[in-house]
Design a protein around this ligand. Structure first.
Ligand SMILES: Cc1cc2nc3c(=O)[nH]c(=O)nc-3n(C[C@H](O)[C@H](O)[C@H](O)COP(=O)(O)OP(=O)(O)OC[C@H]3O[C@@H](n4cnc5c(N)ncnc54)[C@H](O)[C@@H]3O)c2cc1C
Length: 400
């Protein structure tokens, strides 16, 4: 449709003026907000849902993928490890794998990767408590719907909530929206995931004895790479940046979940659904075009500006340093990205989008956001020193 209306010019109150505004409260946003607050910043976290955690909580993703390389060596530390431990404080899994808890020999640690299953509800409640404890101001039920720009910087975020439209003016901004929304609103180049996403419908159910996760649409296996035949729920892929398409995705996902419940009920009449996802279960949507595009083939590369390490959750032995340059673009000086929208190629995206990398990039972005008002100008040496002080290991050569 080519019909347009003109929106009336209106006065918008600047309601918040924090040092750091974190856009999106998923794992990356939580890590960024905690890191920025710990580095002395006054932090506002803006979240459109009514809980923090994003896909990991509202999206019902309950597997905290590995902090280790699969050969018994931990690679991700800092807030990534802190959140893993927080996620299981009261269940679903009672402890981290024993070999890791007891700091056993590497041969023992190889048998079970450093990963856990957690309860998304606890995760949402506990991370919220942690943010409050560390004086992060959380603005819920508030959608960022635009930005104003001045001199290649974001001046304000435009936010809609029950109060109407308001503005947030910060010194620096962390784009942890998962979809690079801030960059997109600022008309900075972004990139879509070329293959699109399969339909997912993960939900929790009670089987008459216990509550279980049903990962419907489980594997992200592309047609041509398929070795086993996991049938997709629908023959369609989703890009996740169009309102109409997202609505269709949600309708199809709900339909698939209901159908699955009815099928399961035939075999187990006592079975009842407990919770369905409160947000679209999209893995890779839109990412920034930063100073360096991290590639799947960059495993073992020694980057001069590494801000942390991550492992490939799919393949043992694949370790990546994350260059600071993949988090920002010099053309948008006071904005940095974190989580599943940092600058990567398609192959790397499937590695960097999962929970531990989102926490690692979130911690780096939040720390940097508290230290500078221009990410391209920040001294890497100062940033690295801070990150190390916070417990992060940055270099593959430091792996023990
Ligand atoms: C089906 C599926 C299965 C998965 N399985 C696993 C798994 O087993 N283990 C694992 O580690 N990872 C898994 N993942 C990936 C992982 O859960 C996510 O990629 C990761 O949690 C993303 O974190 P994030 O903070 O970058 O983004 P998100 O979790 O997407 O958080 C972004 C947040 O920003 C908010 N937001 C977005 N736009 C705006 C806006 N304009 N204004 C205000 N707020 C906004 C959103 O509401 C959301 O809370 C899975 C993902 C999917 C979809």
């Amino acid at each position: 449709m080519s019909d347009y209306i003109q929106e009336n010019t209106k006065e918008i109150p600047v309601k918040y003026q924090p040092d750091v505004a974190v856009a999106g409260g998923g794992i990356a946003g939580i890590a960024a907000a905690l890191a920025a607050a710990r580095n002395g910043a006054d932090v506002l976290l803006i979240e459109k849902q009514c809980m923090v955690g994003g896909l990991a909580t509202s999206g019902l993703i309950a597997g905290y993928l590995p902090l280790c390389d699969g050969y018994g060596h931990q690679v991700s530390y800092g807030i990534a490890e802190e959140l893993l431990r927080l996620s299981i404080r009261y269940g679903a899994q009672s402890e981290v794998p024993l070999a890791w808890l007891e700091k056993k020999e590497e041969t023992e640690k190889q048998k079970k990767r450093y990963e856990v299953q957690f309860n998304p509800q606890y995760m949402a409640l506990l991370t919220e408590q942690q943010l409050i404890k560390e004086h992060v101001h959380i603005l819920y039920d508030s959608q960022i719907c635009g930005v104003t720009c001045k001199d290649d910087r974001i001046a304000e975020l435009l936010v809609e909530n029950k109060s109407g439209r308001l503005a947030v003016r910060a010194k620096t901004y962390v784009d942890a929206t998962g979809d690079a929304d801030l960059y997109w609103y600022a008309k900075h180049p972004t990139r879509l995931f070329s293959k699109g996403n399969i339909l997912a419908g993960w939900y929790y159910f009670y089987d008459g004895v216990q509550v279980k996760l049903r990962p419907l649409g489980f594997a992200e296996v592309f047609e041509e790479e398929k070795k086993n035949t996991v049938k997709p729920l629908v023959n369609r892929r989703f890009y996740g940046v169009d309102g109409q398409e997202i609505s269709e995705l949600l309708l199809l996902s709900h339909e698939a979940v209901l159908k699955d419940i009815m099928e399961m009920k035939k075999e187990k009449p006592a079975m009842e659904p407990v919770s369905i996802a409160g947000m679209p279960q999209l893995r890779m949507t839109r990412c920034i075009q930063g100073e360096y595009e991290l590639k799947e083939t960059d495993n073992d590369v020694d980057f001069p500006d590494s801000v942390g390490m991550i492992a490939d959750w799919r393949k043992r032995g694949m370790v990546y340093e994350i260059p600071y340059r993949s988090l920002y673009s010099k053309k948008l000086g006071n904005v940095i990205s974190a989580g599943r929208c940092i600058c990567t190629d398609d192959g790397m995206w499937d590695i960097s989008r999962v929970i531990p990398p989102c926490a690692v990039t979130g911690e780096a972005a939040g720390t940097a956001a508290a230290m500078t008002t221009d990410f391209g100008e920040l001294s890497y040496e100062r940033l690295a020193k801070r990150l190390r002080r916070q417990g992060q290991k940055l270099k593959i050569s430091e792996i023990e």
